[in-house]
Ligand binder design. Structure first.
Ligand code: PGA
Length: 253
């Protein structure tokens, strides 16, 4: 039997917003969505604003997420942040393996896998990002690439596989204004669900939320979210302004 799954919309603020600007944005989003429970909403500010944003949305329906973390619990890792530190600030979610980190910060499926396991052990829900580049799509390697990323990033999770969130974010659609069509996105989402089923069984595959990310805007959100295997979105640019983010969240209902 298929259980009801709430859609999830997460705002990935990336390396944007000063402390003061982050507080304003969080307060505006909270004002508009304080009574809105139909969609799960997550804000992922930069590390420097986690505590302040967390205080603004504490005791509300909106949850806090980070954009990255290290897999170790502590020690000599200059510049890194541990899973326990994120829990300490009441984070519920953490984005892992974003394509920008894979491209610019040496993140690999192996490091993502370590991080996913560490996040789950710390009771954080990882939002694990996968997606092909334009060249890979044009070479018709999308399935191969996504297959590799899903199976390796999520290897060895056992029953915990049901506790993760996956974000399919075609690299060519991120920050480019070029969105995957609902059909293109649905096709890959269905494939990801198939892979999850092969790894953890049908019930697990049905339980995991698979988000779409890449130039989601108020104008295209509802159509994307209406696809059978799209369970919400990971929103970059359009999450930096309350009005567009709130509109996208409402579009997911
Ligand atoms: P975008 O970013 O919405 O600005 O394309 C999405 C993401 O990178 O998570």
């Amino acid at each position: 039997m298929k259980k009801f799954k709430k859609k999830l919309v997460a705002g990935n603020w990336k390396m944007n917003k000063t402390l003061a600007d982050a507080q304003v944005l969080a307060a505006e989003i909270l004002r508009d969505l304080a009574d809105f429970t139909e969609v799960e909403v997550v804000l992922c500010p930069p590390f420097t604003a986690l505590k302040a944003v967390g205080e603004i949305i504490s005791n509300s329906v909106i949850k806090l997420g980070a954009q990255n973390m290290h897999w170790e619990a502590g020690g000599a890792f200059t510049g890194e942040v541990s899973p326990g530190m994120l829990r300490d600030l009441y984070c519920h979610y953490v984005i892992l393996g974003h394509s920008e980190r894979r491209a610019h910060c040496g993140e690999t499926d192996e490091t993502v896998n370590r991080k996913v396991k560490a996040a789950l052990a710390a009771n954080l829900t990882p939002i694990v990002c996968v997606g092909e580049t334009l060249a890979q799509r044009e070479e018709e390697r999308t399935r191969d690439v996504v297959h590799g990323q899903v199976t390796q990033s999520l290897a060895g999770l056992g029953d915990d596989l049901a506790r993760i969130v996956v974000a399919y974010e075609p690299v060519w659609a991120i920050g480019t204004g070029r969105t995957a069509t609902p059909e293109q996105a649905q096709e890959v989402h269905a494939f990801v669900r198939e892979l999850l089923g092969a790894a953890g069984g049908a019930e697990t595959a049905a339980a995991v939320r698979i988000l779409y990310g890449g130039s989601v805007k108020p104008a295209n959100a509802a159509e994307l979210f209406a696809q059978p295997d799209i369970d919400g979105g990971l929103i970059g640019g359009a999450s930096l302004e309350a009005r567009s983010f709130v509109e996208i969240v409402r579009g997911a209902a």
